[in-house]
Design a protein around this ligand. Structure first.
Ligand code: SAH
Ligand code: SF4
Length: 387
């Protein structure tokens, strides 16, 4: 089997080149060709020695993921469906804003955590993506967008690991992918513009703090264990107190001085004023001094058979106001790309089930809330990606 060079961070590529008798600077050249210039063929790499250019195709490839479809939303959001084989597909979403371009990347085909409100969770777990499959999403999207927008500059300025899957349950593949995203010879993202979102895999939050401390978003969704157990089954393994302890351990390494907590607003389930008060007490008092954080309220994006509804706008605003007035900066996430099923939690990658798309869209048009904006006296809505 030949090696796919998209599977390597620079260290891995250097080791691979050394096996071929090549020096480190050759690895840097190759890495730059692949990630900065989007090359997929070795004969384009004109500054590599001819002998190396001729040798490489017999030992390695640069293999992207096949694109099954691309959908463009009226708001500029773009969603790709990538084929990862065996009937599985994963989705990647680009969200343009005035001052940034965010790519929401998938880490697994399906997800084993099985959160009640998440379409990916309902789908079950198929398999982990490889480093190459995670990076192929960014590689493809960045170079497609540069051509599409005729941009000589980088188009993707932020990456959020908020697509399909639980990134910290695929740590081995995630780490080289994150390192490549940060590498100045590749995508050169800053650590604060790269966000890992987790449902709370505590041991790997600690590993991430040591190995590659990027911005961290934690999907909280409930202010007490009984409720969180029923929404995020992983809570039975790592309950809220342990999760918040892990947040406190993460913070000294983090590129920002706060953790982002995500909270999906579910009508009549976790959206009452008493839940807001409990959440406020939790984050302000945990461990004695509280957890420095911002809270991001995500209006639930419905999908068929979830049995759940999005909280009414008034409930979302009231909830946010309790938190803001209690001194915890809280924003409401804008819904983007919902006309192409690209909003948070709608990523199902159901390649075998495209015919349902129109039906789902019609249902959503009837049920979805208006996009909501600033809560209470909080700052402008968080612009940090969405999917
Ligand atoms: N597995 C990771 C990252 C992917 S999910 C995690 O859970 O954090 C990214 C975000 O979308 C999470 O905060 C998740 O809770 C949220 N989400 C999932 N389903 C949703 C839905 N139907 N509506 C709104 N947000 C949802
Ligand atoms: Fe998995 Fe995240 Fe969806 Fe939960 S919300 S099922 S952890 S992808």
């Amino acid at each position: 089997m030949t090696v796919n060079l998209l599977d390597f961070d620079l260290e891995g590529l250097t080791a691979f080149c050394e096996q071929l008798g090549e020096k480190r600077f050759r690895a840097v050249q190759l890495f730059r060709w692949i990630h900065q210039k989007g090359a997929s063929r070795f004969d384009e790499m004109t500054d590599l020695a001819k002998s190396l250019r001729e040798k490489l195709p017999s030992v390695c490839t640069i293999t992207p993921l096949p694109v099954l479809s691309r959908q463009d939303s009226a708001d500029g959001t773009i969603k790709w469906l990538f084929d990862v084989g065996d009937g599985n597909a994963v989705e990647t979403v680009f969200i343009p804003e005035d001052d940034r371009g965010t790519l929401c990347v998938s880490s697994q085909a399906g997800c084993a955590v099985g959160c009640r409100f998440c379409s990916t969770g309902h789908q079950g777990f198929s398999r982990n993506l490889s480093t190459g499959e995670i990076l192929a999403q960014l590689w493809y999207a960045e170079h497609f967008l540069r051509r599409h927008l005729n941009s000589p500059e980088r188009v993707i300025t932020n990456v959020v690991m908020m697509g399909m899957g639980e990134p910290l349950q695929n740590y081995g593949a995630l780490l080289p992918a994150l390192r490549t995203m940060l590498d100045d010879h590749a995508y050169g993202l800053s650590r604060r513009r790269l966000t890992v979102s987790t449902s709370g895999v505590v041991p790997f939050m600690d590993r991430l703090a040591q190995d590659c401390p990027v911005a961290l978003a934690v999907s909280l969704h409930a202010p007490n264990d009984a409720l969180r157990d029923s929404l995020v089954p992983l809570n039975r393994k790592y309950p809220i107190a342990e999760l918040l302890d892990a947040c406190l351990r993460y913070l000294p390494a983090a590129p920002r001085d706060f953790i982002t907590f995500e909270y999906c607003m579910l009508d009549g389930v976790n959206d009452q004023p008493e839940h807001a008060q409990q959440l406020l007490d939790l984050v302000r008092r945990h461990g004695g001094r509280g957890v420095p954080c911002k809270i991001n309220l995500i209006p639930f994006n419905p999908f068929p058979d979830s049995g759940l509804r999005c909280s009414p706008r008034a409930a979302v605003l009231r909830f946010g106001q309790v938190l803001n007035e209690g001194g915890v900066v809280t924003t409401v996430r804008k819904t983007r790309g919902d006309d192409i099923d690209a909003a948070c939690g709608q990523l199902a990658g159901d390649v075998l089930d495209r015919t349902n798309a129109a039906k789902r869209l019609a249902q959503r048009r009837q049920t979805i809330e208006q996009p909501v904006r600033v809560v209470g006296r909080g700052p402008a809505p968080v612009k940090e990606g969405q999917a």
